[in-house]
Design a protein around this ligand. Structure first.
Ligand code: ITT
Length: 197
């Protein structure tokens, strides 16, 4: 697999929560990790049908625009009783956005109703793209249960609702160091660093 020889990359995301986690996880590797916001990059239309397709769209657009390697993250929550929805539509499920992600979490809880299966997983597709159009893909997952009421203030998005398997606390209650070791994003990033750095 192609190694990252460049000393800096850009994260092809405008989500501040993702940027924080990715910069924290990549900090020990000695590469400068810029964000799309730092470079004022445009947001491409996410018209893919899978996490990988959308991560690739974001990474390729950023790599070309910034003329440096770019890491795209497309991720979401797949709820098993809802046939893996909202999945790639996890950000859009919160529209029209009200109260941060509380709107989406309340809607999800209503959709689940009294379903006995409250299991779900987060998926993260990570694509590294070079300005010459070359790409490599990595995927990470974490399974868990959706709790109600939601709890915790760490993290972002659906974290207050998601209790990872093996823990009694949600991603928003657990310290960032724990989420950044077991999360879908941490697992995908580990594959990236193991293979490309
Ligand atoms: P970019 O496209 O700019 O990266 P986005 O927020 O629109 O930002 P996505 O299209 O990948 O990103 O949407 C993923 C959504 O899934 C995100 O907005 C969160 O609501 C949710 N999500 C992904 N990872 C999560 C995590 O670790 N914890 C909680 N929610 C997460």
């Amino acid at each position: 697999m192609r190694k990252l020889t460049e000393k800096q990359i850009v994260l092809a995301t405008h989500n501040a929560g993702k940027v924080k986690e990715m910069q924290t996880i990549l900090a020990p590797f000695g590469i400068k990790v810029l964000s799309a916001g730092d470079l004022n990059l445009t947001e491409p239309e996410e018209n893919g049908q899978t996490f990988i397709e959308n991560a690739k769209i974001k990474a390729l657009a950023a790599a070309k625009e910034a003329n440096m390697p770019a890491l795209g993250d497309d991720s979401g929550l797949c709820v098993h009783a809802l046939n893996d929805r909202p999945g790639i539509y996890s950000a859009r499920y919160n529209e029209p956005k009200k109260n941060g992600f509380m709107y989406a979490m309340e809607k999800l809880n209503e959709e689940l109703g009294s379903a006995s299966d409250r299991s779900a997983h987060f998926s993260c597709a990570l694509v590294i793209a070079w300005p010459d159009g070359d790409t490599a893909e990595f995927e990470g997952k974490v399974t868990g249960t959706l709790q109600w009421p939601v709890k915790g203030t760490n993290g972002f998005g659906y974290d207050p609702m998601f209790v990872p398997d093996g823990y009694d606390l949600s991603f928003a209650e657990l310290p960032a160091e724990v989420k950044n070791t077991i999360s879908h994003r941490a697992r995908a990033l580990k594959l990236f660093t193991d293979n490309c750095l």
